[in-house]
Design a protein around this ligand. Structure first.
Ligand SMILES: Cc1cc2nc3c(=O)[nH]c(=O)nc-3n(C[C@H](O)[C@H](O)[C@H](O)COP(=O)(O)OP(=O)(O)OC[C@H]3O[C@@H](n4cnc5c(N)ncnc54)[C@H](O)[C@@H]3O)c2cc1C
Ligand code: SF4
Ligand code: SF4
Length: 395
C-alpha cells in the first residue's frame, strides 16, 4: 500500500501527488482544522509510486540555490505599487511574461473567499493575482496546466510559496527554458476553512456580505492594514482594520495557526527553489535609507542564470538598487529559519472546534483586550502629538 506521509508535518499540501496520479486515485481533502491533505483511494491506486516520486517532502530532487544577486526593488508605476503587497516585483515579472504572449500563474481569492491558483493571459487580469492572501492557496490542477503550456512552447511564470514551486518542479521532472518561477519568502500558511469561517464571523459583526478582503491596504502607508469591502442594504461599504482588530490576522502574523509542515519548513532559509524570490525588504531604513519606503519596497533575489538574464528587463518596470543578501536576511526571519511553533496553536483550534468562530473571537478578545483598547486610543491621538509625548517620555 502506498503511504505518502506518516505525520501531518510531513506534507506541505502542495498537490503534486494529486496532479501526477494517472488514475485520479488521489483527492485533496480537508482535515479537522481545514488543512488540505491527499487521500488515496486504494481501489483506484495501481501502485505506480509516481506520487511518492514527485513529493517534494520525500524526494529531494530539487536543488535549492543561494541567491546570485539581491536587490531592493520598487515598481515604477504608483498605482501598480499600491495594489501590490510589497514593492511590486510580481507585476513586473508578470508584465514581462505576458508581453511575450505567455501565461502567469498565481493566487487569487474568489467570491467565496477561497484562495486558489489560476492562470491569466492578459494584463487586464493582473489585479486578480496582486496582493498577498495570507491563507493556503489551493493549487488544483494548475501543475498539469503548466506542463501543457510548456510543452506547447508557451512562456510560463509560476508564482507561489516555495513548497508550491518545489511541488511544481518535482511534478515536471525536467528543466524547461520557457518556465520562470518566483517563490515568496514564506512565514507559513493558515487553513482556508479557518479563514472562510472568520469571514462568516465578520459578516455577522458587519451585518453584511463580505465581497473582498485585502490583507495589505496601502492607503494609509505601510501599516499592514486590512481592508474589508462588504455589501449591506444594497450598498457597498469599505472598512480599514488593524491586524490587532482581527483574530485571524493577528493569529496569522504570530504564526499561531500555521499548517504543521510550516513550523519545520525546509524552504525557510537562504537557499531558494525559484529563479526569483520576492518578499518585503524589512529593515530597508537601515540598509538603504536613501530609498523611499512609503508604498513598500521588495527584496528581489535572483537565484539562477535564467533570472539574471531578465534583470535588465525588470529594470524597465522597477527602480532596482543592488543590495546585499546577507544584510537583507538579518531583518527577515524566514530567510533564516521557519516560524517557531506557537504554544497557543492547539488551544485556538480546540476552541474553534468546540465553540466555532464566536468562541475564538471571545477568547481572542479576552487575551488581547488591552492591546486592542491601546490601539484604539492611539488612533484617536494624531501622530504628531504621539511623537511629542514620546519625546517628552524619552521613548
Ligand atoms: C502566506 C504568505 C506568507 C508570506 N510571508 C512573508 C514573510 O514572512 N516575509 C516576507 O518578506 N514576505 C512574505 N510574504 C511575501 C509578501 O507578502 C509578498 O507576497 C511578496 O513580497 C510579493 O509582493 P509583490 O509586491 O512583489 O507582489 P504582489 O503584486 O503583491 O503579488 C502577490 C504575489 O504573491 C502570490 N500569492 C499571494 N497569496 C498567495 C498565497 N496564499 N499562496 C501562494 N502565492 C500567493 C501571488 O500569486 C503573486 O505572485 C508572504 C506571502 C504569503 C502569501
Ligand atoms: S506531494 Fe505535496 S501534497 Fe502530496 S504528500 Fe507530498 S507534500 Fe503532501
Ligand atoms: S512555510 Fe514552508 S511548508 Fe509552509 S507554506 Fe511556506 S513554504 Fe510551504
Amino acid at each position: 500500500m502506498i503511504i505518502l506521509f506518516n505525520e501531518k508535518k510531513e506534507c506541505y499540501g502542495c498537490s503534486a501527488c494529486f496532479n501526477v496520479c494517472p488514475t485520479n486515485a488521489i483527492e485533496m481533502n480537508s482535515d479537522e482544522y481545514g488543512f488540505s491533505y491527499p487521500h488515496i483511494n486504494h481501489d483506484l491506486c495501481i501502485k505506480c509510486g509516481l506520487c511518492r516520486m514527485v513529493c517534494p517532502y520525500i524526494s529531494d530532487t530539487i536543488s535549492a540555490k543561494a541567491p546570485i544577486k539581491a536587490y531592493a526593488a520598487v515598481n515604477r508605476k504608483k498605482n501598480t505599487l499600491k495594489s501590490s503587497a510589497s514593492g511590486g516585483v510580481f507585476p513586473a515579472l508578470a508584465s514581462i511574461v505576458l508581453g511575450m504572449e505567455g501565461i502567469v500563474f498565481g493566487c487569487t481569492l474568489n467570491k467565496e473567499m477561497k484562495p486558489h491558483h489560476i492562470a491569466i493571459s492578459s494584463i487586464e487580469n493582473l489585479y486578480q493575482l496582486q496582493g498577498s492572501k495570507y491563507v493556503q492557496s489551493d493549487i488544483g490542477r494548475t501543475y498539469c496546466e503548466v506542463k501543457e503550456s510548456l510543452d506547447n512552447g508557451i512562456y510560463v511564470l509560476f508564482t507561489g510559496t516555495p513548497c508550491q514551486i518545489a511541488g511544481l518542479k518535482t511534478f515536471l521532472g525536467k528543466e524547461y527554458n520557457n518556465l520562470i518561477t518566483a517563490d515568496l519568502i514564506c512565514h507559513g500558511v493558515a487553513s482556508s476553512i479557518f479563514f472562510e469561517d472568520y469571514i462568516k464571523y465578520l459578516e455577522g459583526k458587519l451585518k453584511g456580505r463580505v465581497i473582498k478582503f485585502i490583507f495589505r491596504d496601502k492607503s494609509k502607508g505601510l501599516r499592514k492594514l486590512a481592508r474589508v469591502i462588504y455589501e449591506k442594504n444594497g450598498r457597498t461599504h469599505s472598512k480599514l482594520m488593524y491586524p490587532i482588530e482581527s483574530y485571524y490576522y493577528k493569529y496569522f502574523l504570530d504564526a499561531d495557526i500555521d499548517r504543521d509542515s510550516c513550523y519545520e519548513c525546509k524552504y525557510a532559509c537562504g537557499n531558494r527553489v525559484g529563479d526569483f524570490t520576492m518578499g518585503d525588504y524589512w529593515g530597508i531604513e537601515n540598509i538603504h535609507p536613501e530609498i523611499d519606503k512609503e508604498n513598500g519596497v521588495s527584496v528581489l533575489m535572483v537565484n539562477s542564470q535564467k533570472g539574471l538574464e531578465l534583470i535588465d528587463e525588470i529594470g524597465k518596470y522597477m527602480e532596482i538598487t543592488e543590495s546585499d543578501f546577507e544584510k537583507a536576511r538579518l531583518y527577515n526571519g524566514q530567510l533564516n529559519e521557519p516560524s517557531p511553533k506557537s504554544n497557543r496553536r492547539d488551544g485556538i483550534f480546540k476552541i474553534w472546534k468546540e465553540g466555532g468562530n464566536v468562541a475564538v473571537a471571545k477568547d481572542y478578545h479576552r487575551r488581547y483586550k488591552n492591546q486592542i483598547y491601546k490601539n484604539r486610543t492611539k488612533e484617536l491621538v494624531p501622530e504628531p502629538v504621539i511623537a511629542i509625548i514620546k519625546r517628552i517620555l524619552g521613548k
